[in-house]
Design a protein around this ligand. Structure first.
Ligand code: ADP
Ligand code: ZN
Ligand code: MG
Length: 480
């Protein structure tokens, strides 16, 4: 990026809420049903219908507002945002405009250089989604109204980000928060979390904001980052060539890696916003707000700090384990069975997450119970198996998920700590490797590693390594 310029970015994020029913009617809010089956006159926008607000939508909005340090407005109102499109039979989207439910919040991020930054949230408002046009069925365009009236929250940030990285980190954090709250599944590929990026540039030191463009159509966090980078470069090229930025909406094309113009930007007055006459103002009194705040779960930042304090985990472990709530839950479930905090962390960050990634499954579907992971760790710590044997038990656990002790017994993998047996094996190994014994006596102590290896091989990894080391040394010294 040309060092003369500074980028300014603000994000508009839509999250699809995990309520059972839609925003203003009792239809099911469910993804993947046959087309036009979760519909009624209200969400299909028939004339004369009357909307009834879903209480859960308000609760979810307040939860998110509290989790992102917003002020919760005691009174907010719905507005009609009027426009024509075939996926919007009503002719307007019921949204919030002048008085949204939450305002003036922030999210803190930590950048790769270790610096913290606070990014402002202008507002969070409640709104409904539109339906879906289907163009790929080899016929004329079709319409599925199942999504009409499903609840969304829109989170509008301040233009506080100065790089694509900051925008990326903001999104990661926001996704973490909504999934911890359980109000959205955060799946950007499936569209339950969508992000539009507003981008402008200005000369460094300039206070006034430049003309912005809005980039849409990114289906992953990495694509948001790439699209913003491409748009910053495009704007700098235009300015450097003596041109002017025109305010417009652009579409990101992931295949070509650039942005393409979609339409000139509409202004809010184009929508003829006006207060929704069929809905009462939304009133959140202190009692309601308090009862919602009491249902706030522990948030990722706090959980990470707690993992560091309580379980003495390194920052790296705590960050990784708390990145997704189900993983943090799994970790703490393992700790119901073992007190070895760090080993539990190592097993999850290593073997468990590796399998999850390979099999592309969720940790909720991981075949081994947290309890059995804990038991496996205990078997090692009690000296009953070596960590090497544990790595052999693990694949069996993946298939059978039974008490690891049973597996160890069935497969005769119990560690041998019986000194007389180990002494006998060590004696044989030394007898067969007199060259190495001589080298040891000549001061080449490193060969002890080789000899330990031979003993472990002979015992199929079951000899207690500490005992082997001790007995080997004793026997070698006895040769002097
Ligand atoms: P619009 O009316 O075009 O939707 P808003 O004022 O509602 O514009 O802002 C939409 C988003 O664009 C917000 O996230 C805001 O922070 C961001 N934004 C506003 N002005 C700029 C700018 N000049 N450069 C980058 N982002 C901006
Ligand atoms: Zn309906
Ligand atoms: Mg706007």
């Amino acid at each position: 990026m040309n060092q003369k310029y500074e980028a300014v970015i603000g994000l508009e994020v839509h999250v699809q809420l995990l309520t059972k029913t839609k925003t203003f009617c009792g239809c099911r809010n469910k993804f993947g049903s046959p087309p036009n089956t979760n519909v009624c006159p209200v969400c299909m926008g028939h004339p004369g219908i009357l909307p009834v607000l879903n209480k859960k939508v308000v609760e979810f909005a307040v939860l998110l507002g509290l989790a992102t340090n917003c002020e919760i407005n005691k009174r907010s109102i719905f507005a009609r945002k009027n426009y024509f499109y075939p996926d919007l039979p009503k002719g307007w989207q019921t949204s919030q405009f002048e008085l949204p439910i939450c305002e003036h919040g922030f999210i803190d991020i930590v950048k790769s250089d270790g610096l913290e930054k606070r990014l402002g949230i202008t507002r969070i408002h409640m709104e409904e989604d539109a339906g879906k046009l289907i163009h790929d069925q080899g016929t004329d365009s079709l319409i599925d109204l199942n999504r009409c009236g499903t609840p969304l929250l829109e989170i509008v940030s301040e233009p506080d980000m100065r790089s694509a990285e900051e925008a990326y980190l903001y999104l990661v954090k926001l996704k973490q928060i909504v999934t911890y709250l359980g109000i959205c599944d955060g799946n950007m590929e499936e569209g339950s979390l969508r992000c539009d990026a507003n981008v402008s540039i200005r000369l460094k030191g300039e206070k006034k904001l430049g003309t912005k463009t809005e980039v849409k159509n990114m289906n992953s966090f990495r694509n948001v980052e790439k699209a913003i980078e491409a748009e910053i470069d495009r704007q700098i090229d235009i300015i450097e060539d003596g041109g002017k930025i025109i305010q417009q909406t652009l579409l990101w094309d992931a295949d070509s890696g650039d942005v393409k113009p979609m339409r000139s930007k509409e202004e809010s007055h184009d929508y003829r916003y006006f207060p929704e006459p069929d809905l009462m103002p939304v009133l959140v009194n202190d009692d309601w707000r308090k009862s919602i705040s009491e249902s706030l779960p522990e948030l990722p930042e706090h959980r990470k700090k707690r993992f560091i304090d309580k379980y003495k985990l390194p920052e790296y472990d705590a960050e990784l384990l708390t990145a997704e709530k189900p993983v943090a839950d799994f970790y703490e479930a393992v700790l119901n069975t073992t007190d070895d905090f760090k080993s539990a962390s190592n097993w999850i960050m290593g073997d468990v997450l590796k399998i999850i990634n390979e099999r592309k499954i969720k940790i909720e579907d991981f075949p081994v119970s947290p309890e059995n992971i804990g038991r496996l760790i205990n078997l090692i710590n009690e000296g009953l198996i070596s960590s090497k044997i544990a790595k052999e038990v693990f694949p069996v656990l993946l298939d059978e998920n039974k008490d690891p002790r049973t597996i160890v017994e069935e497969k005769s993998l119990l560690q041998i700590s019986d000194d007389s047996f180990i002494e006998e094996v060590v004696g044989n190994i030394l007898g067969n490797n007199m060259d190495q014994v001589k080298q040891y006596l000549d001061g080449k102590e490193k060969v002890i590693g080789f000899l330990v290896g031979q003993v472990m091989r002979e015992t199929k990894g079951k000899a207690n390594p500490a005992a082997v080391n001790k007995i080997l040394k004793e026997k070698l010294e006895a040769f002097r």
